[in-house]
Design a protein around this ligand. Structure first.
Ligand code: SUG
Length: 456
């Protein structure tokens, strides 16, 4: 079955700001209090999407969430005769809570959900589970909107199933596709799934100590539940624990320390506990699924690229994509070209010419990077057959016309400067709602936001 991998990129929302909300994410922590530029952030993301579309990689868009999240503030007891009064009450009584309810973090859609293509599921449908993101309050409020948005896009129940997010506290901590990699000889072939977790919450395994400095976000129990829910065969899944040392170095998701595409796997030596065994497990499971294809593991040794350089450059948060010419390209953040060990590594990797990896393209995504979000964080991969693709609302796909309309839309609605104090501005809420209302019409999505259905 021919199928293509569609990259759904999260559009950066109008409240993009630096509130330092993510303990364990070194970029977010170190940029706390900086002034952001939401307009530039959104345009940087759109430029990356346009480039990939032009490269022949199917590209689609996921709309941002409504922020500040008035509905959440009301649920937490802030009242007032209108939404501006609710905002005012929150700003006065709990400014940190208002900041958490204003984050544009839904842009990092690698954390929106885990996705399993129809080639891998027992019922032949594409499965989605919105991530519960229980590890961080500001992200834990995302799942209901994520579910609404996915259901508006993947509407046909005969082809798609959008599950409820897994419930449970941190024992069921699920951060979505950022901790999941799929391998196959081609995107439409049967896939092998690598689920990476930080800790076991309920079942104590024979695993070494957990990270000490920074928390682990993904639990084994959540990853195992996703495999069951998505009807993935037992022999098509490998589970691996993230190295606690990596988490403590700032690797809060596995997509900060490894990236795969088709049969290629680029990973850091310290990515996993017992990395050589994980690779051997993957090779064995892959060989059992596919006789005429072999996994190509590309290890990055710690003496060539130390963990700190991997985290600062976000090398592994590059996108590894198949271009229309059947070659692979690395879409890397410009930070990779600024760190000598990483720059040299990429140059040598391409020069070797023994892998399908032939091109590197650097992108300036610094607005998002300052919050710990690189190229791969900004996209959710959805492998779709032709008929599945035809079942989507057509304007969700990035054509030249949609791109131009989105650039105009950003320039019309977004501010070029936002400080944390501005989050209390009732004008910002109005601007955001006007922008999102226009966006849902532009993308042909109907009403998906609470303010559109309650008439607020
Ligand atoms: O969850 N940053 C996000 C970055 C997510 C990156 N995603 C992947 N690696 N897939 C996070 O830590 C920072 C927001 C702030 O500080 O305002 C933030 O939420």
């Amino acid at each position: 079955m021919t199928a293509r991998e569609v990259n759904f990129d999260g559009l950066v929302g109008p409240t993009h700001n630096y509130a330092g909300l993510s303990h364990g994410n070194v970029a977010s922590m170190s940029h706390r209090g900086a002034v952001s530029n939401p307009r530039e952030a959104a345009l940087q993301g759109l430029a990356k999407m346009k480039f990939l579309a032009d490269l022949g990689v199917p590209q689609a868009v996921l709309p941002p969430h409504e922020r500040p999240a008035i509905e959440t503030l009301r649920r937490l007891g802030f009242t007032g005769h209108d939404d501006a009064a609710v905002l005012h009450a929150a700003a006065r009584q709990a400014p940190a809570l208002l900041a958490a309810c204003s984050s544009a973090s839904s842009m990092w859609v690698a954390n929106a959900a885990t996705v399993t293509p129809s080639a891998d599921t027992a019922d032949g449908r594409v499965h989605f589970t919105p991530a519960n993101l229980t590890a961080k309050f500001h992200r834990s409020i995302e799942p209901p909107q994520t579910a609404r948005t996915l259901r508006a896009i993947f509407r046909d129940p005969a082809r798609f199933v959008v599950h409820e997010p897994i419930t449970g506290a941190q024992a069921m901590g699920d951060e979505g596709a950022a901790n999941h990699t799929r391998f196959a000889p081609g995107h439409g072939r049967r896939g092998l799934h690598l689920f990476v977790y930080g800790h076991r919450a309920l079942e104590a395994g024979a695993e070494p100590a957990r990270s000490r400095k920074f928390p682990s976000r993904q639990s084994f129990e959540a990853s195992a539940a996703i495999r069951r829910l998505h009807l993935i065969a037992d022999q098509s899944a490998v589970f691996a624990q993230q190295h606690p040392e990596a988490i403590d170095a700032g690797v809060f998701h596995n997509d900060v320390i490894s990236v795969g595409n088709e049969n290629v796997f680029l990973y850091h030596e310290r990515a996993f506990v017992r990395t050589p065994e994980v690779i051997a497990d993957l090779e064995r499971a892959y060989a059992a699924l596919h006789r005429n294809s072999a996994l190509i593991p590309l290890m990055v040794p710690a003496n060539r690229v130390p963990l700190a350089d991997a985290v600062n450059s976000y090398l592994f948060n590059s996108q590894l994509v198949t271009t229309s010419r059947g070659r692979m390209a690395l879409i890397a953040p410009t930070n990779c070209a600024e760190i000598p060990s990483v720059k040299t590594f990429i140059r040598n990797l391409l020069a070797r010419g023994r892998t399908p990896l032939r091109e590197v393209h650097y992108f300036d995504l610094k607005q998002s990077m300052r919050n710990g979000g690189g190229p791969a964080c900004l996209r959710l991969r959805v492998v779709l057959t032709k008929t599945e693709l035809a079942a989507l609302p057509p304007r969700i796909l990035l054509s030249g016309a949609t791109y131009a309309a989105l650039v105009t839309w950003v320039k019309k609605h977004y501010r070029d400067r936002l400080a944390t104090a501005d989050l209390a501005d009732p004008q910002l809420l109005q601007e955001t709602r006007r922008a999102l209302d226009e966006l849902t019409a532009l993308l042909g999505l109907g009403s998906i936001y609470p303010f559109q259905t309650t008439g607020a």
